[in-house]
Write a protein that binds this ligand. Structure first.
Ligand SMILES: Cc1cc2nc3c(=O)[nH]c(=O)nc-3n(C[C@H](O)[C@H](O)[C@H](O)COP(=O)(O)OP(=O)(O)OC[C@H]3O[C@@H](n4cnc5c(N)ncnc54)[C@H](O)[C@@H]3O)c2cc1C
Ligand code: FES
Length: 271
């Protein structure tokens, strides 16, 4: 897939190490269509390329949104971009959260840390078509109040009467009046019908493993629990084998998988 050079039209410093970039494709390019859960390869000139999930709404094809945590050379360069800069992207790649299959079901989103970013397009999709779904809940955990992503979104989703939003932090700070504890503790809270529910889970692998275990314990079938996996990637499109995890290539068979397919693999570190 050929790279497309986009313009950075806005930059939001979400957290001290997390930045959201809104990109606009060139006017002469076809609108950028993607499915919630897919990712792009973002190229930092002279540094390298990274897989970054799309964190914006799939209903807005002229705005390509990425939320990036600066952890190394490429992500540091991407987080340093400013409004008006250009950025080459390839994509979209990978599998999607099965939002259409989830219609008619209760839907629970379980997010840890920056894992809320890859889930955000699916949540926006569901909220924009709210009458097609049963009960909807977002369970979100972060390390501390200062690490909570998309705080404006959280407030606005909380203000709705048709979605349950539960937020917890591992460590409280002065002034925090919310829940303290791991996100796995929240799984018991929402009034969902487990046999009627679909779960979308994204975050650190340890958090996903324990959350999935709790969701399954509550009775959600493992083929209706979906996780998004991250592995180091090079090509992003099934050519280099860099992201291989057992029999699957995370870039093209994933990143979104039904838990049933990858339950035995999520304990495997980078190969
Ligand atoms: C499908 C997919 C979607 C992603 N979506 C996002 C996103 O929305 N936002 C975001 O901030 N990041 C996302 N990532 C992670 C992002 O690709 C890496 O953080 C980035 O490539 C790191 O590059 P770097 O040069 O900055 O750091 P590096 O120097 O390459 O890495 C820094 C450290 O992080 C580890 N690391 C790098 N990549 C990964 C990875 N994929 N999984 C686990 N550990 C890794 C390295 O081993 C090293 O210890 C995603 C990754 C994948 C595969
Ligand atoms: S990143 Fe090359 S095969 Fe997946």
């Amino acid at each position: 897939m050929r790279p497309v050079v986009c313009r950075v039209v806005s930059v939001a410093r979400e957290l001290k190490d997390v930045t959201t970039l809104v990109l606009e494709p060139p006017a002469d390019e076809a609108p950028f269509t993607f499915l919630p859960g897919q990712f792009n390869m973002l190229w930092a000139p002279g540094v390298g390329e990274s897989a970054i999930s799309i964190s914006g709404s799939a209903d807005e094809p002229r705005r390509i949104v990425h939320t990036i945590r600066s952890i190394g050379p490429v992500t540091q360069a991407l987080c340093g971009l400013n409004r008006g800069d250009e950025l080459a992207i390839r994509g979209p790649f990978g599998t999607a959260w099965p939002v259409a299959e989830a219609e008619g079901h209760d839907v629970v989103f379980v997010a840890g840390g920056i894992g809320l970013a890859p889930l955000r397009p699916a949540l926006l999709h569901v909220l924009a078509r709210r009458n097609r779904y049963g009960r909807v809940a977002l369970l979100y955990g972060a390390r501390s109040p200062a690490d909570l992503l998309f705080q404006k979104d959280l407030e606005s989703w909380r203000g709705r009467f048709d979605v349950t939003v539960e937020v917890t932090v591992d460590r409280a700070e002065a002034g925090w009046h919310g829940r303290v504890g791991f996100v796995t503790n929240l799984v018991d809270l929402p009034q969902l019908s487990p046999s009627e529910s679909v779960a979308f889970v994204c975050g650190p692998e340890l958090m996903m493993r324990f959350s999935c275990r709790e969701l399954a314990r509550r009775g959600i079938p493992t083929d209706r629990i979906h996780v998004s996996l991250e592995r180091n990637m090079k090509c992003g499109c099934g050519l280099c084998g860099h992201c291989q995890l057992g029999p699957v290539f995370v870039c093209k068979d994933g990143p979104v998988f039904p838990l049933r397919e990858v339950a035995s693999l999520v304990t495997v570190r980078e190969l």
